[in-house]
Ligand binder design. Sequence first.
Ligand code: FMN
Length: 215
Amino acid sequence: MPETTDLFEIIRTTRAMRRLKPDPVPDALIRKIIEAGVCAPNGGNTQRWRFLVIKDQAIKKKVQVWYKKAFDEVVGPRYLKSSPPPGVTKEAYVRQHAAVEYLTDHFHEAPAWIVACIEETAAPTRWSGASIYPAVQNMLLAARALGLGATLTTRHLLYEKEAEAALGLPPGVHSYAILPIGYPMGKFGPVGRGPLKEVVYEDQWGRPFLGGESS
Ligand SMILES: Cc1cc2nc3c(=O)[nH]c(=O)nc-3n(C[C@H](O)[C@H](O)[C@H](O)COP(=O)(O)O)c2cc1C
């Protein structure tokens, strides 16, 4: 799978890659991904992030049971009732749903997981998330740059206690995302998003920002 160092190309093509080959991912690449993660901004530079790399199939399987239960009970039925988001065709949405279901069934088969955690000093707030998701995005981009597929997943949080117990997290540590990582079966391609003018305003809420548009 093509590697690239063009930052904007990497950003434009870092899609959720849910179908992964079982081939192992070298530790050197996992390290490189996490090194990119810890370059991210974090509140007060306190660096309370912790990353758990999981390769043990038995641990992954224990978590997958909860991940699948959450799909069967909540996410699957919700998908069936929802319509495609902006910038996504009906066909692409159906394909995405199939990929989501595939990852659900094969979650534990991804050769490596990176579980992004925070060692909490107080009850989690929006600031906690703000101090870990930049690292998560850096890791997704780094994986893409290395030709590795990954997906930001949080669904295990619907069964947070059970999943975190299966992960063996100590008291005071919480997980914010699980990134299943592996070599992708498919190709990287551009993400589908709606037009900027519908989500970016200038000076007044609702007035589209049209600056810089090529005519
Ligand atoms: C907060 C958050 C939670 C997510 N949780 C899951 C998840 O549990 N499982 C999954 O397959 N994808 C998950 N995703 C991935 C999104 O579904 C994906 O980014 C979105 O559909 C856009 O797809 P694309 O990035 O491939 O264009 C999550 C993304 C975010 C930002």
